[in-house]
Design a protein around this ligand. Structure first.
Ligand code: CTP
Ligand code: CA
Length: 236
């Protein structure tokens, strides 16, 4: 539930938030993308600003308008997002990676539109598209801390669960693998979370029991995340 009067309890904090989904161009009219409305990232930016933080929002194709009172840096691709984050992370107290970042991009960009008969007249085959890995932006921020404890790094994970484990087990493994300070785990599936206005999340920290929030509006989820970030950064 959103407080009527937000206390400026995050004043003095410099916060960098990514939101939306990157798009990796294949040719001038096509891209490989991630489904993400950007609503949770925008809610985080809006609530942080309301609580007095200085907020920069690195925005990739938001489906909702960015909030007033935050600096917006628009990006298209994972590589652009990486550059925008790397340039600013060192001067930030908190980095929140709420964006859905494409893990892969087309190895080659075609300057002109790929035609159906891509290999000349009469060709009725389908083209093979080679992909290459994108850098892991969050892991890069963690690595760049070089033993220091700032910025406080928050990752997001959208998990469906699979044969190797349930949502929480996958979340714990991802928290350890990423080395972030807080992992916000969303349970996803068709019609769950993506584009919805409310969600249920599990907040995972190293050495702590999980905290489950929701189902709740994304603004309330955002406030719960900031409460936790504030308690974790207040003593450091
Ligand atoms: N992330 C990132 N750079 C990438 C991919 C993901 O910074 N190239 C960030 C996301 O913004 C998110 C976190 O890493 O905060 C977890 O993303 P997720 O896709 O769940 O994890 P991956 O490590 O990509 O693993 P997988 O997709 O295989 O589950
Ligand atoms: Ca991924």
């Amino acid at each position: 539930v959103e407080p009527v009067d937000s206390e400026p309890d995050l004043s003095g904090l410099s916060v960098l938030i990514t939101a939306g989904g990157t798009r990796e161009p294949l040719d001038p009219v096509r891209y490989l993308g991630n489904r993400s409305s950007g609503k949770q990232g925008v809610a985080l930016a809006q609530t942080a600003a309301a609580r007095g933080a200085a907020v920069t929002l690195v925005a990739a194709h938001l489906e909702v308008p960015p909030p007033a009172g935050v600096e917006v840096v628009a990006v298209e691709t994972a590589l652009e997002m990486q550059r925008a984050v790397a340039e600013r992370a060192g001067a930030s107290d908190v980095v929140v990676m709420a964006a859905a970042v494409a893990d892969f991009r087309p190895a080659e960009y075609a300057d002109s539109k790929i035609k159906k008969s891509h290999d000349g007249p009469g060709d009725d085959s389908a083209p093979q598209i080679e992909l290459v890995r994108n850098p892991d932006i969050l892991a890069g921020v963690v690595a760049d801390r070089e033993g220091g404890d700032t910025p406080f790094v928050v990752g997001f994970a959208a998990e469906t669960g699979d044969s190797t484990g349930d949502v929480l087990a996958l979340g714990r493994a991802k928290l350890a693998r990423k080395g972030c300070d807080l992992l916000v785990v969303n349970e996803v599936g068709v019609g769950i979370t993506f584009g919805q206005d409310s969600s249920t999340v599990h907040l995972l920290r190293p050495g702590h029991e999980q905290v489950t929030v929701g189902p709740a509006p994304k603004a309330a989820v955002a406030h719960a995340i900031w409460d936790l970030v504030r308690s974790e950064t207040a003593t450091s």
